[in-house]
Design a protein around this ligand. Sequence first.
Ligand SMILES: *Cc1c(COP(=O)(O)O)cnc(C)c1O
Length: 396
Amino acid sequence: MSYHIATQTVHAGREDLTRLGVHAAPIDLSSTYPTPDPALAGASLDALVGGAEHAANPVYARLYNPTVARFEHALAALEGAEQAVAFGSGMAALTAVLLALQERGRHIVAVRPLYGGSDHLLATGLLGTTVSFVDAGEVSESIRPNTALVLIETPANPTLQLVDIADVVRQAGSVPVLVDSTFATPILQRPLEHGAAMVLHSATKFLGGHGDVVAGVVACSAELAGKLRQVRILTGAILHPLGAFLLLRGLATLRLRVLAAEDNAIVLATRLAKHPDVARVHYPGRCRGQQAAIMQRQMSGPGCVLAFELRPGVDADRMLQSLRLITPAVSLGSVDTLIQRPAALTHRVVDPAARAASGVSEGLLRLSVGIEDAEDLWADLKQAIEANGQRMAQAA
Ligand SMILES: *Cc1c(COP(=O)(O)O)cnc(C)c1O
């Protein structure tokens, strides 16, 4: 498809609707499908279990669903991928990747920080993998003959650290690189264009965008997608069609939401950085040197998520309790602004020493900026910070 991304967000996955005589995407809730032709049903089942994208007869809803396929087509178009495979959550998507690549080996190289759940899944070795957590510059020396995957997250949850995708791909050589691009969305970053083999989203976040879907998706080559579908069928990690419908609906406004929230995030990052009770702001739009160069190379904007630390003496949890408009909650990427303290919640499961070493301090606050009015958001943040801070201005 040669349309621009603004057109793709609205039209991808809906190309056949006019022919079908409908304007909204139909939701197919069937758990089973009639099989009047046993031979055709058998051949279809063989094809789907073997990883085919679709077959003449869907047979059973764990094997294929047309509403889910619409969302997959749309997301693949946005990422510039051959195909995409959707799952019941971001963690189910990561699980499928780890299982699908086990034929390559069971060693994973991962750059911290990662989303707490991803870190925990790798650290526990639950799926029979062993992990080397390394810095972005140490990937090549960490590759072993049985390394199946290099996993990076950029911008990283929750520190917003950027990882140079093309550089990691070079270091990984023939080992596939998976980029968790949840924070960037395909509006701001398309990892496959920089050589990544797979891009993963917790679709729960920006793709859904309204805080009402839990889902995950991986965009990649047709070959890898086939392996992921095989695992999805075996493990039952499918996405519900209602979730797929909501995701497709969310994609239509993805670009508008991301650009509006990003405008707000730029304002809030600037004002937070100037506030005397704020010690540090982490935001791709404010980074310098090498991090700024990475942003220039692989992102078209700084995004909608930032993190900040309050000065010693200003209690982060008490600040959260003083908010009136912004909701203290985990998750991110919704139309409304959410804030949380990763060390207490999303990254609680990560080893505390590793957490600190990767830049996730105890007091770090992660702010997912929504599309409200920036002045209202700033007024709320400011009053909550000042309600609990010993103002530096007063002390001076
Ligand atoms: C939330 C999140 C995940 C996990 O996704 P779920 O949909 O919650 O399973 C993975 N990676 C990142 C960066 C996330 O923010």
